[in-house]
Design a protein around this ligand. Structure first.
Ligand code: ZN
Length: 254
């Protein structure tokens, strides 16, 4: 994260509030929140967020896959195309270069002359993702083309992930849901057409039931699940509060 290198939000918050702090990226906690809101029985869940950026969170048996350094699910940087546009990570060909909201804004602005809707929007200021959502719902052909390419690329990556993981649910979240149902339909159809029947037969592909609120629910779950384990309880219960036990509680790895 450019500009944040060497800064620890956990340490900063812990010192400020004298409380244990857990941190994770927003897609991981959204995936966790979504998993906890599932009706029983709970199934392994792959959450894909397409918004300003593109990312994924995988929850298996209630645990988010974080990876060695917390970077699991950074699917926006899987190389999918020969597109020479430079990604925010510094490389080219990343999924985000076609599907990230930031890239769609750049491309829509470049092609605004082809679209009366985009031209009109640009007269009142720089394009926003809300504008892209409005243009998509109005059927603007430039925006539709950009979103279809994005949907095709995300679907290709999602299909591979589903074949590898065999989740019970694939949930699409993020600002792309504001652009209408087409993106999800493309993804659903591609995953079911490309994956083996064993994996796709009972697979549910659905939009997030989530508003941003589930990120908060997921973050609360992350803290609760960490603070209520037997090793954690043994540390803080005698003093009746986890406050002032931040550093030692954070060292306990679930
Ligand atoms: Zn990248």
């Amino acid at each position: 994260m450019p500009g944040w290198d060497g800064f620890s939000p956990r340490a900063w918050l812990r010192e400020r509030y004298d409380a244990p702090v857990w941190a994770d990226n927003h897609v991981h906690v959204m995936a966790l929140g979504e998993w906890h809101e599932q009706p029983q029985p709970r199934r392994d869940l792959l959450f894909i967020e397409v918004g300003v950026d593109v990312g994924a969170g995988l929850v298996v048996d209630g645990h988010v896959l974080r990876g060695e350094r917390g970077g699991a699910g950074a699917i926006g940087h899987i190389r999918v195309s020969a597109d020479e546009t430079r990604c925010r990570c510094g490389k080219t060909g990343c999924l985000e270069v076609t599907a990230g909201g930031w890239a769609i804004l750049l491309k829509a602005a470049e092609r605004a002359a082809e679209s009366p809707t985009l031209s009109r929007m640009l007269r009142t200021g720089p394009l926003t993702l809300e504008d892209i959502g409005v243009a998509a719902r109005e059927g603007d052909p430039v925006v539709e083309e950009l979103l279809q390419r994005a949907a095709d690329d995300v679907s290709a990556v999602a299909s591979s992930l589903v074949t590898f993981i065999n989740p019970g649910e694939v949930v699409l979240g993020g600002g792309v849901l504001n652009a209408g149902p087409r993106f999800l339909k493309t993804m659903d159809a591609a995953i079911k057409a490309n994956g083996p029947e064993l994996v796709t037969e009972r697979l549910v592909v659905r939009p997030s039931s989530l508003s941003d609120g589930y990120g908060i629910i997921g973050a609360a779950r992350l803290a609760l699940d960490s603070i209520l384990t037997p090793p954690s309880l043994a540390r803080w219960l005698p003093s009746r509060t986890p406050l002032a036990h931040g550093a030692e509680l954070q060292r306990i790895v679930r």
